[in-house]
Write a protein that binds this ligand. Structure first.
Ligand SMILES: [Zn+2]
Length: 304
């Protein structure tokens, strides 16, 4: 793998504009996703959630310059007390110019977009949960191998998917907590990765991202096009999604969402169903998404 990449980049020496190196190991990302799914559902308060937290904590401490854990308790509408935890893996923590990348690591307690008895079962969360974490972990590998010139924070938020989105109850809990308790200087911008692992994914420009941070959207999609991933990152306006970028936007951060369009008739029809399983994921998709993010980091271009 390393040799092939080395040969590939040497062939490009002499071209007038050398594309950024491909740094992400897609097979490693797929393994990271598989491990998460094998913990079982990562629902706050369950054993799978506890085991996942311990695994994530140990992987981040082996890779990042420093790790900050935010632990708190959220009392849900049901009266249940949820033990929640955000993890922030910091690279080049002294740098004042920083980028933030985030994904949620919890999974949804009920597959309420499914039918019949399935709707009461938990979501396996291969794409909705594990994929974003897996890409961030593969980015952590690349950042550990070659430290970034600017500061990078990888934020793993908890409690995104616990409750009811239409009522905004018991959802986006980790991103709300982080927005109220930020760590370090405000990032230049933030990119949320949600459902970024499925084969044949389509990422159109998400509506709330275009409104709040159009320059960041353009930078990410332009970078993807230059890397040859215009088939994944379509330069078109897509749907608008209430997701973890919204609390960050409300806190004054230019935050955007890279998310596969989901639901029946879209590129990820298994959203919030029991069909969100590991076989739907693609090492190529996750490598492409991670490579785009790494190019954004390495090139360090500023957004007005
Ligand atoms: Zn979800």
């Amino acid at each position: 793998m390393t040799l092939r990449f080395a040969l590939f980049s040497s062939l490009l020496v002499g071209c007038q504009s050398t594309p950024p190196a491909r740094e992400i190991d897609g097979q490693a990302a797929l393994r990271y996703a598989r491990t998460q799914v094998e913990f079982g559902p990562r629902i706050p308060g369950t054993d799978g959630h506890r085991r996942m937290a311990a695994w994530l904590d140990s992987l981040l401490r082996a890779r990042a310059d420093s790790v900050v854990v935010q632990a708190w308790t959220h009392v849900a509408k049901s009266g249940d007390s949820l033990p929640l935890r955000n993890f922030v893996a910091r690279f080049n923590p002294a740098a004042t110019r920083r980028l933030l990348f985030l994904a949620h690591w919890d999974t949804r307690p009920m597959a309420d977009a499914d039918t019949g008895a399935n709707a009461k079962l938990p979501v396996p969360g291969a794409n909705d949960g594990a994929s974003g974490v897996a890409v961030l972990l593969a980015m952590a590998d690349a950042l550990a191998a070659k430290p970034p010139a600017i500061g990078v924070d990888l934020l793993f938020v908890d409690g995104e998917d616990y409750g009811i989105f239409s009522e905004e109850v018991d959802v986006l809990l980790g991103s709300r907590h982080f927005a109220a308790n930020p760590i370090g200087p405000k990032p230049d911008f933030a990119v949320l990765l949600d459902m970024v692992g499925a084969a044949n994914s389509v990422f159109r420009k998400e509506g709330f991202s275009i409104t709040a941070a159009p320059g960041v959207v353009d930078l990410v999609w332009e970078t993807a096009g230059r890397l040859g991933h215009g088939n994944l990152f379509r330069a078109e306006t897509g749907i608008s999604v209430t997701d973890d970028h919204i609390p960050l936007q409300k806190a004054g951060i230019r935050a955007i969402n890279v998310i596969a369009e989901f639901g029946q008739g879209y590129s990820f029809p298994y959203w919030h169903t029991v069909g969100d399983t590991i076989d739907k994921l693609s090492a190529e998709t996750m490598a492409a998404v991670g490579d785009v993010m790494m190019a954004v980091i390495r090139e360090g271009r500023r957004v007005r």
